[in-house]
Design a protein. Structure first.
Length: 129
């Protein structure tokens, strides 16, 4: 016997699951509200650090993680341990980069790498000879 075609009837479970969605959605959206509040608080703290120090944490260039990899890529093996120039100009020391900045910047042709080194030197300008 064939079923009659007619209006679609929802059984109790289908109706109930649809209602769960209606109740769950506002609860889920409401639970995100504290995340936005917390994020807003953190943003203000970072901004206040930037205003106090004049630099944001993301703008700080560290020798070991930013400059030294560039120098290793461009100046190995001569200016690193075991190299023929290591005794006179060891590029694994930040003071060497600071003391010989003009000649180093002249030799690093890649603009992005050169910019990183310049930023590092500006951060450490009080240590120049």
């Amino acid at each position: 016997m064939a079923q009659k075609e007619g209006p679609i009837r929802l059984n109790f479970i289908q109706t109930f699951s649809g209602m769960k969605l209606l109740f769950a959605l506002p609860i889920a959206l409401g639970s995100l509200f504290p995340v936005f509040i917390y994020h807003g608080c953190n943003t203000n703290k970072v901004a206040s650090v930037t205003q106090t120090t004049g630099k944001s944490l993301e703008d700080t260039i560290h020798f070991s993680s930013h400059v030294q990899p560039i120098m290793q890529k461009r100046c190995t093996p001569c200016h690193f341990t075991g190299g023929k120039m290591y005794e006179r100009m060891p590029f694994d020391k930040d003071t060497t980069i600071i003391n010989h900045q003009a000649s180093i910047l002249k030799r690093i042709k890649d603009e992005e790498e050169n910019s990183v080194i310049r930023k590092f030197l500006l951060q450490n300008k009080n240590e120049t000879p």
